[in-house]
Ligand binder design. Sequence first.
Ligand code: UT7
Length: 358
Amino acid sequence: MPYNPNRKGIPHTRAVTHQGEDEVDQPGTRSPHPIGLLGLGVYLPERVMTNDEWTEYVDTSDEWIVTRTGIHTRRIAGDEESTADLALAAARAALADGAFEPADIDEIVLATDTPEVFIPDTAAYVQTRLGVGHIPCYDLGGSGCAGFVLALDIARSRALADGRRVLVIGVELLTRLMDWEDRNTCVLFGDAAGAAVVGPDPGAVEIVAATAGTDGSKSHILGVEAGGTRVPTTVERVEQGLHKHVVMRGREVFREAVSRMSAASHQVLEKAGVSIDDVALVVPHQANLRILDAVRKRLNLPDERVFVNVHKYGNTGSASVPLALWEARDQGRIKPGDLVLLTAFGAGFHWAAALLRF
Ligand code: UT7
C-alpha cells in the first residue's frame, strides 16, 4: 500500500473558538473538549481476485456480479494470514500515520465478525503483538459491517469521559467465513483491515458527533446460524458447512441497508446541528453499488459527494468504512474544513453514523 510517512494525522485548519459546555455540538464551531481522529491506517492483502475467477467455483458471471453489485475485484488474504495479522498491520499504519508509539495507546476496541479464534477475542492477540502493555482491549463481535463506526462512537465516549487514546480497528477475513459454493454470498465479500486512533487532541480531525442503533427483531435476515449455543457445532453441521454458512435474505438486507444508512445520516446531522448541504463527502459502508446509489438519491446528493470503492474491494465488512475514508483522503477527495459523514449498517440489524470535520 502506498503510505506517506510524512503525513502526521490529518490537517485541521479551523479556528478554535471558546464556548460554553452547552455549545458542544454547534455547527461550524469547535467543541471545548474536541475528540479527534488522530491517525488512520489500512491493510489490504496482496491477492486480487477477479469476478471471472469466481466462475471456476460457482455458476456466475462477471456481467451478473457487476450489474447487481458493481464489484469487479476483491482482495483475498493469504493462507498464512489470519485476522490478527491484518488487524496488526492496519493498527501499525494508523499509529505511524499519527506519529504515535504503541505506548501512547490506552485502550483497543476491535470490530470483527471473523475473529482469530472463538475465545479469547482478537483484540487480545493484537494487544500483545503490538506491545502496548496491559491496557484494556475488547472486541465488538457480531456487529456486522456497522462495527467500525459503532466502535468509533464508543471510542469517542471513552476519550470524552476519560481522556483516553483509543485504537479502533475494523477487520474482516470474510472470504474464509463464506461458503465458496454459495453464489448468493461468496462473490460479494473481500478481506481487509482499517484502523484509527481516537483521542483528545485539538490539532486533529474532529469527531463532531456520532450515533448508533439496533433493531434486534431483524437478526434473522443476515447471519451465521450454527456454531453458538442455539445451534451448537456438531460433526454433521460442520460437514454441511453450517458453521460458516452466511444466511442472507438479500432483498430485505438491501431495503434495510438503504433506509437505515439514510436515517442514521440524518440523525447524526441533526445531532451536530448541520444539514446535508454542509457535508462535502459521504463515506458509506461499501456493500453494493446499487445500495450506495439508492442512499445517495435519498440524501439528494450528486455522485461526486458519495465516495465509492466497492468496485475494487467488494464488501469488506467492518473494514469497509475506514478503508474508504483512508482512500478518500489519499486521493485528495477531502479538504481541510470539510465535513465528512460516515454511515454504515450490518447484521444485527445495526447501524451507525459519525460526522467528522477535517
Ligand atoms: O453488508 C451486508 C451484506 N449484504 C448485502 O449488502 C446484501 C444486500 N443485497 C444485495 O446486495 C442484493 O440483494 C444481492 C446482490 C445479494 C442480490 O441481488 P438481487 O438483485 O436482489 O438478486 P436476487 O437475490 O433477487 O437474485 C436474482 C437471481 C436469482 O436467480 P432466479 O431465482 O431469479 O433464477 C439468483 O439465484 O440471481 C441469482 N443469483 C446469481 N446469479 C449469478 C444470485 N447470485 C448470483 C450470482 N451469479 N453470484
